[in-house]
Ligand binder design. Structure first.
Ligand code: ATP
Length: 307
């Protein structure tokens, strides 16, 4: 099965004679990549994400590839006749988990997002924030190959926002492709492999945001390993830069939102790597003016919500 999702010359308009919302869109989403989509209101970001999630079809052009996909829509339907746990368990079963495994996974995700107390609350009675946690949990539960997040952070409290950033970092390190839209430019700053802008119906790659992103908070992790050992693949894949200042001592620059995942990979290696220091820079990695010690990645700050 082809796991790369590919859009070739894709166009979408609503209605036979409606204006083109998107036209001539070419995009390939390889496994393990993190892609940010930005653009002004109403430019077609959600339209593009619905096409990527394959819940909408293009009016012209072709979409190929069939990764197992999970999607968090901009507006999650809450009036469902289930409890939060019942809904997630049902979806887990749809995704092929046994019922006990689905229940276990559902409870784990609700717990990670601080919503375990609402497991048995009917969906229709959940607050906006709690139902957003269910929306996010249903997508992560599926362990997808492609995760499509349409403003999934909106409505979450700061702990849950940080948890979702961690979950994205874990998924991409595991080979899941993640495509997201978020109104906060600081969301996963420095982490995306590519950023695209939707403008006038076209999708343009934003220059200066290639495989070595230079914006956003980064952490510098210094580790020492067994002599001659290579860094774990998960760590090198996530790092935006690595070097070996002295033999056996490696320095990795990683997006702050991904530092947990890198540390876990280093500590779980056989034999484990020795972590000498972790420090966070709150500005671009090239700016040496603001380093500060860090034992755990800080929660991202949130721009004022549009809604
Ligand atoms: N189901 C639909 N039927 C008709 N028009 C639609 C439909 N969905 C979107 N549109 C129109 O397509 C255009 C792009 O909408 P879309 O929601 O994709 O933009 P967006 O960039 O995600 O906007 P926002 O940032 O406000 O969420 C808008 O003009 C919108 O009115």
């Amino acid at each position: 099965m082809q796991r790369d999702l590919r859009l070739d010359n894709v166009g979408r308009r609503y209605g036979l004679r409606g204006p083109w919302v998107l036209r001539g869109v070419h995009l390939t989403v390889p496994p393990g990549t993190l892609i940010r989509i930005e653009g002004h209101n109403g430019t077609g970001k959600s339209t593009l994400l619905r096409l990527l999630a394959r819940i909408d079809a293009p009016s012209e052009g072709r979409i190929s590839g069939a990764p197992r996909t999970a999607y968090v829509p901009e507006r999650f339907p809450t009036a469902l006749p289930f409890t939060a746990l019942g809904y997630l368990t049902h979806l887990g079963a749809v995704h092929g988990l046994s019922r006990p495994a689905a229940t276990r996974a559902a409870l784990e995700w609700l717990d990670r997002f601080g919503a375990a107390a609402y497991a048995r609350t009917p969906m229709a009675q959940l607050s906006k924030g709690s139902s957003q946690k269910v929306a996010v949990a249903q997508a992560l539960l599926a362990e997808p190959e492609l995760l499509v997040l349409d403003e999934a952070w909106t409505g979450l409290d700061s702990a849950a926002r940080a948890e979702l950033e961690r979950a994205v970092a874990e998924r991409t390190a595991d080979g899941t492709a993640v495509v997201f839209v978020d109104h906060d430019p600081r969301r996963l700053a420095g982490a995306p492999d590519a950023t695209y802008t939707v403008h006038d119906g076209a999708l343009n790659v934003r220059t200066g945001q290639g495989t070595s992103p230079s914006t956003g908070p980064h952490a510098t992790v210094v580790v020492q390993g067994p002599s001659g050992a290579s860094l774990p693949a998960e760590a090198t894949r996530t790092a935006t830069a690595t070097d070996e200042p002295t033999p056996g001592t490696h320095r990795l620059t990683v997006p702050a939102s991904h530092s947990d995942v890198v540390l876990r990979a280093l500590l779980a290696a056989h034999p484990p790597w020795h972590v000498v220091s972790v420090s966070q820079e709150t500005t671009a990695p090239s700016d040496p003016s603001a380093p500060s010690d860090l034992s755990a990645p800080s929660a991202p700050s949130e721009a004022e919500s549009r809604r």
